[in-house]
Write a protein that binds this ligand. Structure first.
Ligand code: HEM
Length: 486
């Protein structure tokens, strides 16, 4: 029997070289670095993409980087990890220089594999369920805080209050530590943490590493903050080790992420030491707070400007809360998970306002991104929002329509799911995504189940500006609540 004829050979693709691409012009040596406004960098990228196309060349320092907004090329690149791409050497260099202990976000190669195994063991669904009562406690405290504000008719600074919730939730869930920023106004750890990510981000894109020659007051404050946070984290790790030693049965059923990480690290051959455990404690604190708090702030703003979606979300929250007898403490994981419209609100919010609007990666071997050749060592910045708000890829792309995620209103969820990647994609997709969704649904339940939104706005009544500080935040949103009328 004859073999079937081989398929026709695909003609070799001619790849474009980076130097052939259009893009903004920069200064000699520094490129566009002096033109970058850190808080608006993602908007500058957006404007350059509008001018030069979905794929352009950006001179940054001595090297040019490739910027791509093509979601298919981005997805392919994100999936080609850890072998094909890593996070950038620049991120690693600046984090190490700042004194950050190595954690999953910045790790690569075999270290990343080992750490990812440990972190994923901690996010095992069975474990996450065991952390649930701690999450509910944070929800109850947030409720108390907002009830007091509503009774006094006070204006709530939205993003900072949500940060208190996410700090408490992550510290409680992740480390079994009750930092309770929701009930105290002068917590230190949050103030210290607030300095670290923005500074890391600014240093990564700084035209000159001035801090290597002299330190501004903000650089000295950063050093002090890092020392304080390190001490706090060493304390969390020591306390968790003590608990495990006093009650060895906990090893089979760790009560929080840190205990689960220590158990995984203590497995023979794990290759993980306490410095890496501490590095991942820091990573969780940094990766899980602003991201979740900012996404919530954007979602609350969207609801305040979309009454139909707000009414449907409130009806769902109230039905679930009433089914739990009006008592947050009796809310089950299943009831929280079942808030499908509210989850759709979060997905739609992240499509329009992804808090990580760009992801820089570095090639580990000669490769191609779309039709552009990228040499080993080349940096590629993925623009995560361009295609997901383009009607060529997502119907009615500019509109806030949570129902699209439920396949309603004649809109298929598939298009949005394929294009919108707020948690990244591939082997390095955000390991905290389900936890983040549960946290966000709980906050929405507290808010919409107990209160009526009186006002959510900026001081000037304009839509909030987007500010990039590593995670992208809405600027200056205030909220006034009244106890639920109906
Ligand atoms: C709305 C909330 C969140 C958003 C939008 C978000 C987004 C992201 C994105 C875009 C990445 C990069 C993914 C990639 O490279 O493909 C990431 C990575 C990561 N996130 Fe999240 N995240 C959120 C919440 C959390 C939470 C709550 C935690 C932990 C408690 C967390 C921990 C991490 C870690 C450890 C990584 C690094 C993973 C790796 O490199 O292997 N994130 N996240």
């Amino acid at each position: 029997m004859n073999d079937p004829a081989p398929p026709p050979a695909t003609p070799a693709r001619r790849l474009r070289r980076l130097s052939e691409l259009p893009g903004p012009r920069g200064w000699p040596v520094l490129g566009v670095l002096p033109q970058i406004t850190p808080a608006r960098f993602h908007l500058q990228m957006q404007a350059w993409a509008a001018e030069h196309g979905r794929c352009f060349r950006l001179p940054m320092g001595r090297h040019a980087v490739l910027v791509t907004a093509d979601h298919e090329a981005v997805a392919q690149m994100l999936r080609d990890r850890p072998e094909g791409f890593r996070r950038t050497e620049r991120l690693e260099e600046i984090s190490l220089e700042m004194g950050l202990k190595p954690g999953l976000f910045g790790a690569h190669g075999e270290t990343w594999r080992r750490q990812r195994r440990m972190v994923m063991a901690a996010f095992d669904p069975g474990h996450v369920k065991a952390y649930y009562p701690a999450l509910l406690r944070c929800g109850q405290r947030l409720l108390g805080r907002w009830q007091r504000a509503a009774a006094a008719g006070e204006t709530i600074a939205l993003q900072p209050d949500l940060m208190r919730f996410t700090v408490d939730a992550i510290a409680g869930l992740a480390f079994g530590t009750d930092v309770n920023t929701l009930q105290s106004d002068d917590d230190v750890i949050q103030q210290h943490l607030n300095q670290i990510f923005p500074k890391l981000y600014r240093r990564i894109i700084a035209p000159l590493p001035y801090w290597r020659w002299f330190k501004l007051p903000s650089d000295r404050a950063l050093d002090a903050a890092l020392r304080e946070v390190d001490t706090a984290i060493d304390g969390f790790v020591a306390a968790a080790r003590r608990r495990l030693a006093e009650d060895p049965a906990r090893r089979a059923q760790p009560r929080n992420l840190l205990e689960a990480m220590i158990v995984a690290a203590d497995e023979p051959g794990s290759g993980i030491d306490d410095a890496q455990v501490a590095g991942n404690v820091m990573t969780m604190l940094l990766a899980g707070e602003d991201t979740t708090a900012n996404t919530l702030a954007w979602a609350i703003w969207f609801l305040s400007t979309h009454p139909a979606a707000a009414a449907r979300s409130a009806a769902q929250a109230r039905a679930v809360l009433d089914a739990a007898g009006g008592d947050l403490a009796r809310l089950t994981v299943e009831q929280l998970s079942g808030l499908d419209f509210i989850e759709a609100v979060m997905h739609e919010t992240m499509r329009l306002k992804p808090v990580a609007p760009q992801l820089p990666l570095q090639a580990l071997r000669d490769t191609a991104v779309g039709d552009v050749a990228v040499p080993a060592g080349g940096v590629v910045i993925a623009l995560m929002r361009h295609d997901s708000i383009d009607k060529a890829f997502v119907p009615r792309a500019q509109e806030f329509l949570p129902e699209r995620w439920l396949g309603e209103a004649g809109l298929s969820a598939t298009a949005a799911r394929r294009v919108s990647m707020p948690f990244g994609a591939g082997p390095r997709i955000c390991p905290g995504r389900y936890l983040a969704l549960q946290e966000m649904k709980l906050v929405m339940l507290v808010l919409l189940g107990h209160f009526d939104l009186r006002r959510v706005a900026t001081a000037r009544g304009e839509p909030p500006a987007e500010e990039l500080k590593f995670a992208m935040a809405p600027v200056g949103l205030d909220m006034v609540l009244a106890p639920r009328a109906g």
